[in-house]
Design a protein around this ligand. Sequence first.
Ligand SMILES: Cc1cn([C@H]2C[C@H](O)[C@@H](COP(=O)(O)OP(=O)(O)O[C@H]3O[C@@H](C)[C@H](O)[C@@H](O)[C@H]3O)O2)c(=O)[nH]c1=O
Length: 372
Amino acid sequence: MPDAAPASPPLPSPTAPRPWDLFCRVIDNFGDIGVCWRLAADLADRGQPVRLWVDDPGALAWMAPGGHPGVRVGRWDAHTCWPAPGAVVVEAFGCDPPTEFVAAMDRQRAQGHPPVWINLEYLSAEDYVERSHRLPSPQWRPPAQGLVKWFFYPGFTPATGGLLREPGLLSRLAAAPPPWQQAGATPRPGETVVSLFCYPHAPLAELPTLLGLQSQPVLLLLTPGAATRAWPQAWPDGPPPGWRVHPLPWLTQPDFDRLLAACDLNLVRGEDSFVRAQWAGRPMLWHIYAQDDGAHAAKLDAFLDLLTRDAPPALADAVRHLHHRWNGMPTGGVWAPPALQDWQTLARSWRSRLALQDDLTSQLLRFVTQSG
Ligand SMILES: Cc1cn([C@H]2C[C@H](O)[C@@H](COP(=O)(O)OP(=O)(O)O[C@H]3O[C@@H](C)[C@H](O)[C@@H](O)[C@H]3O)O2)c(=O)[nH]c1=O
């Protein structure tokens, strides 16, 4: 395999199980590689060696600088010299493995041992997910003709593929010390600690009012990129009264998880940080990845419906309104921001509900055993 960041430890001995080939194309941002890396590491920890093929491994240099035992990272480009496919081929988010590789999968099929081919889809709480999860997609175009690709949908309900949750994650988070040293900032007594990871269009200037935290002691931790770039424009005269603002460095994924668990409120985005904030069990405000056709509005509401299903109506309403405002969607009527304590109770009960489901990697492993 060509050199790629981060350093790749050697694969286990030849007696180890045949590897999984996990394909990732970085469309934009960090969610694609973030999800793939977590899945790869989780599979490897469960005894499944993984070859992670990615067109742009750059972000792994800060997400996972030490690599992970059992995961090899290979650069996916025109010069890649492809090995024989492993036992399972996962393409993340419909990224289409290279023709040459698919042709080799088809040759394995002809020899009677096709790899299990899975398309791991984007996360959504919408109804179509339960309907589409585990559906086969027989391929008809050469060179895939004869192969079957299976749809695998992550989700929030038992009829879906679940969420990535490594064994012991919740107890590890509960026991972990807050990563203030890595963050380079320590909260002062009485401060509400808020982490901010968002897209450039977030209405940052309105944040104190939206959260109901005007003139209160707040430590706002800005993740690198959009959040850090946006705040000088949002508050040209300096942070709002009572607020301290601190730009963070890029943290490794485990440190980022610990940060979310340590903050009083997490503003997250996309897919992977959104899931990790739910495992953190802290109040969370989601900046959803906006789609040109506006499809993200239904996606956001589907999630809010599930999240607030058993919440007291006033709290459910407050959480929904706040999400709509943060995501630039029209809101009607008078509303008050959710009280942090009630919001915290909701976050904990939601996490407990999610933790009853099988995690995504366990479900994938079971699916592969059943279909192999
Ligand atoms: C801020 C920060 C993030 N991270 C990680 C957490 C996640 O794995 C990753 C960020 O990914 P996300 O939260 O999903 O947000 P994102 O906006 O970067 O990714 C998005 O990419 C688009 C292409 C997709 O369509 C979206 O659904 C979404 O996945 O970065 C760290 O490890 N350390 C950090 O300091």
